[in-house]
Design a protein around this ligand. Structure first.
Ligand code: ATP
Length: 932
């Protein structure tokens, strides 16, 4: 019900709302806060307080619109009042347009997009509309499928640029029966959420041509057009609707002098003004009844807006103005533009396709109408025939109408008016019923008025009982006519005139019926045309079906291939899995081997450590040995000292003996001294710290015997010398032993030091350090084994990795294939099902329509035959009527004669009271005529 009202209320003029923005900084600096606009309380008009320069007069400065928004209005309010009704219409399948017009910097972009499209308070009309659409879609039934596409274009310097693909710079405008006017190749992006649209809008806005002018920092130098197509598909009854929404932010209408632009911008300004002036011309042509040509084609802007201005769209124009006296002239010009646009009449209609049920209903209604009209014609023809009347030709009727003059014209006109009125009412109802049945762009059926169809449905006429068809008025007329004919006996000129009049009316009725019949014939031919369209559509659909079948076949093949591939992939996966298991097993074995090897290594390491420990024991023994050796030396040295002391004692004894010669004493002393020196030197040369120490400690010991005690016997001397020699030999032996021990000691010390520096992990170094061949062999064996194991392990790891990668790839491929197969399959199945359903229903329609067409053709032939026979009969009736008319004339003559005779006889009768027999004869003839 609401929709009907809306369709009714919005079916007419372009809605115009006006918005004033607050005074801006530049205006403040020029004119302060002064404002030229005065708003009315009803928010419908604004009065401009004109200055002298504006040229406005007291009467002309008040402007009325559908709504006037003052400077404090919120973005939400503007949306609610100006744009929301349009989007509601678009969701019902109407086309909708909202466009903003105004001088540069007056707030068009602010109104259409807002300063921030994602700020819920500040966002403008476009994002709010998008939000409404998604809210509505989310709240509606699930049985309706929506598809939303968005495009953005810019008209800059008379070239259409795709804002979503800026490489497309000079697009063409095309017209199509189904799509209406559209921009060819313009990118259409499917969207599924508000944010998708915001993202697209951001991309589009970034691609817009913007420049800074003296009037606006970021002035749009082009007309931007945001197009949204909302298609709805009812999954229950397969009906579909689609609405196009055009949201246009025009470039500023500007005074070149004020904007202070030069060069390219000056050229832009000229272009902008040119297209806006064409827009003005279009509006003028649309609102001026005398103008027949609307110059839509003069600019790209007006061509795109063709449907929005005077066409199939609900349109709202938002004019934006400045309240400052500084922009008074521009404001008045904008307001005038808006006023003119308010008079544009649009013819919005729902863009929809019929459901099978609706098409059936239309066809059945047409059927009934045709048969009812045919019966009506038949009845009228019979009626005329039965009354012996001639059915006059159109020419005769026209002549008669001329003769009867304005009266008949009046009757005809009145009836015509009545018919017109009826038609108008019906068409109104049709319009109101637009939501139910609309002729649309798709199949243009001429739907009979609802009332008539209902009447027809109710009438249920029996073909044999044609009298049932006559409405009361006709019956009455016929009755009257018959009565008139019957009472023709009166034969007064008045009666004659009445008969003629009735006859004319009957003829007129017949003509009208003929016209109606002709209309029905036209209707049938229209239906045939529609049928042809249908057939061609069905043919096309069959082709589509064929394509689809092929496609289905190809898809099935593909699906099978994919299945096979999937099967292969599965097999491969199984093989790979088996391989994997095998590899895993091998890996476990390798791991075992590795563990064994590791244990071995650890054992070797332990051995190495043990060895180290053993070695250090040895070292300790060595040390001990050395120390013990040192002790031996020390003891030996002590023994030497003891010997020396013994000898000293001996020397003293000798010295005390007076027998020892002084020479010998000298020799002994010299020999002793030499020996001492030698010993000392030997000790000094020794590296043995113990010896050194001994030497140092013992340094104080005076080894030289006292002179006066050296008195020895020669034998003793010899013995002593021999002893000394022996001692010397022993000493040198000892020295050699000490030096050998020293060497061994230092070697052992070096060994111990190097062993102490060996790190635990450095097995090789240990092995190197180990003297035993076994260790070397074990080490070598271990290294080789380890290398082998490591190599094999590496190979296996690589193999495993490769296999894992292969498995991943296969699994990925498998998953993808699965996805493809699944999605493809379900998608295709859905489409297929839909297609099949459509094709099925279309086949059904086709079969029904074909059957109906065949029946209609047969009926047509029958009707034509009937019309032929009727025409023949009419011809015959005409001649008969003529004959009868002649007879009538004769009869009238006879009657007149008779009347005279009767009068005479009456006169006589008055006297003789005798009945005239001719009077009865006359009545008989009229009855006969009636029967005939
Ligand atoms: N109703 C308003 N409230 C607050 N600021 C506004 C309003 N209308 C416009 N403005 C501000 O005025 C400036 C110019 O507005 P806008 O860019 O929308 O003008 P325009 O008509 O699109 O200009 P052009 O034709 O040059 O592109 C902007 O900074 C905008 O934020």
């Amino acid at each position: 019900m609401e929709d009907k009202k809306e369709a009714q209320s919005d079916s007419g003029n372009v809605k115009v709302v006006c918005r004033f923005r607050p005074v801006n900084q530049s205006e403040l600096s020029k004119n302060g806060e002064e404002q030229i606009c005065q708003f009315s309380d009803n928010q419908k008009s604004v009065t401009i307080l004109c200055s002298k320069n504006s040229g406005g007069s007291a009467g002309s400065n008040k402007f009325t619109f559908d709504r006037v928004f003052d400077t404090q209005v919120t973005q939400r309010e503007v949306y609610e009042k100006a744009a929301k009704p349009i989007i509601e219409g678009v969701l019902k399948g109407f086309n909708g347009t909202v466009f903003a017009y105004g001088q540069t910097g007056s707030g068009k972009t602010h109104t259409m997009q807002g300063p921030d499209i994602e700020d819920l308070e500040q966002q403008g009309i476009v994002p709010r509309m998008v939000r409404t659409i998604f809210n509505r879609i989310n709240s509606l039934d699930d049985n309706v499928e929506y598809t939303i596409k968005v495009s953005m274009a810019e008209i800059y310097m008379e070239k259409i640029k795709d804002l979503l693909d800026p490489t497309k710079v000079n697009l063409k405008i095309k017209k199509d029966k189904d799509r209406g006017i559209y921009v060819q190749d313009l990118t259409e992006q499917y969207i599924a959420s508000e944010t998708d649209v915001y993202d697209i809008m951001k991309v589009g806005n970034d691609n817009r041509t913007v420049a800074s002018t003296q009037m606006n920092d970021a002035s749009s130098r082009s007309h931007s057009i945001f197009i949204m197509n909302i298609a709805q598909n009812n999954l229950d009854d397969h009906s579909s609707k689609s609405g196009n929404l055009y949201l246009v932010d025009l470039a500023g209408s500007e005074k070149v002098a004020k904007t202070n632009v030069r060069g390219t911008q000056l050229e832009e300004a000229k272009g902008i003004n040119q297209s806006l002036s064409t827009l003005g011309k279009v509006i003028h042509a649309l609102t001026d009844k005398k103008t027949t040509h609307v110059p839509y084609r003069e600019s790209k802007l007006t061509r795109i807006l063709t449907e929005s201005l005077g066409g199939n769209a609900k349109t709202c124009l938002i004019i934006t103005c400045s309240p400052s006296p500084y922009n008074e002239l521009e404001t008045i010009s904008t307001l005038r533009f808006g006023t003119a646009a308010r008079n544009i009449k649009n013819k919005p209609k729902v863009n929809r396709e019929y459901t099978v049920a609706e098409l059936k209903l239309i066809v059945s209604k047409k059927d009934k109408l045709i048969s009812a009209l045919r019966k009506r014609i038949l009845f009228l023809e019979n009626f005329i025939k039965e009354n012996g009347l001639e059915v006059p030709s159109d020419e005769t009727l026209k002549e008669l109408a001329k003769k009867l003059g304005p009266e008949v014209d009046k009757i005809i006109q009145e009836e015509q008016e009545m018919n017109d009125e009826e038609e108008k009412e019906n068409s109104e109802e049709e319009k109101n019923d637009e939501e139910k049945i609309d002729t649309g762009d798709y199949v243009e059926f001429d739907i009979p008025p609802q009332e008539q169809l209902e009447d027809l449905e109710e009438s249920k006429i029996d073909e044999d009982d044609s009298n049932n068809f006559i409405d009361e008025e006709q019956k009455e007329k016929a009755q009257k006519f018959l009565q008139l004919v019957e009472s023709n006996t009166g034969n007064s000129s008045e009666t004659q005139a009445k008969i003629l009049e009735e006859y004319l009316k009957a003829q007129k009725l017949l003509t009208q019926e003929r016209e109606k019949c002709q209309n029905q014939v036209d209707l049938i031919s229209n239906l045939q045309e529609d049928q042809q369209i249908f057939q061609s559509k069905i043919q096309k659909l069959s082709l589509v079906k064929e394509d689809f079948d092929n496609y289905k076949e190809a898809t099935e093949q593909k699906v099978n291939e994919l299945k096979e591939e999937t099967e292969d992939a599965k097999n491969e996966l199984e093989i790979t899995n088996a391989k994997m298991t095998k590899v895993e097993r091998e890996l476990a074995e390798i791991k075992k081997l590795y563990v064994t090897a590791k244990a071995k290594v650890e054992r070797y390491e332990e051995k190495g450590t043990e060895f180290m420990i053993d070695e250090s024991k040895q070292n300790k023994e060595f040390r001990k040995e050395v120390i013990e050796g040192d002790e031996v030396i020390r003891m030996e040295i002590k023994a030497l000292h003891d010997q020396i002391a013994e000898r000293d004692q001996l020397l003293n004894q000798i010295q005390q003996n007076p027998d020892v010669s002084s020479d010998l004493k000298a020799i002994i002393e010299e020999s002793q001294h030499k020996l001492f020196e030698q010993e000392k030197q030997a000790m000094a040369d020794s590296d043995n710290p113990l010896l050194k120490k001994f030497l140092i400690e013992g340094g104080d010991i005076d080894l030289v015997p006292k002179q006066d005690s050296c008195y020895l016997a020669p034998s003793d001397v010899e013995r002593i010398i021999a002893k000394q020699k022996e001692d010397q030999k022993l000493l040198s032996k000892k020295k050699k032993k000490v030096s050998k021990l020293k060497k061994e000691n230092s070697a052992l010390q070096a060994k111990v030091a190097s062993l102490a520096n060996i790190e635990k992990s450095d097995l090789e170094a240990i092995a190197d350090a180990m003297a035993e061949d076994k260790l070397e062999d074990i080490k070598e064996e271990f290294t080789n084994e380890k290398e082998k194991i490591m190599e094999s392990l590496q190979n296996r790891i690589e193999k495993v990795l490769q296999l894992e990668m292969e498995i991943d790839i296969h699994q990925e491929q498998y998953a993808k294939l699965r996805d493809i197969v699944d999605s493809d399959h379900t998608g295709k199945t859905k489409i297929m099902l839909n297609y099949e359903k459509n094709i099925e229903s279309l086949n059904l329609i086709y079969q029904q329509t074909a059957g109906e067409l065949a029946a209609m053709k047969v009926e047509m032939k029958v009707s034509q035959k009937q019309v032929k026979s009727l025409t023949k009969k009419l011809e015959k009736t005409k001649t008969d009527l003529k004959k009868k008319s002649d007879e009538n004339k004769n009869l009238r003559r006879i009657a007149s004669k008779l009347r005279d005779a009767v009068e005479n006889e009456n006169f006589v009768h008055q006297r003789n009271t005798v009945v005239n027999p001719h009077h009865r004869t006359l009545r008989k003839v009229i009855k006969k005529t009636k029967k005939f």
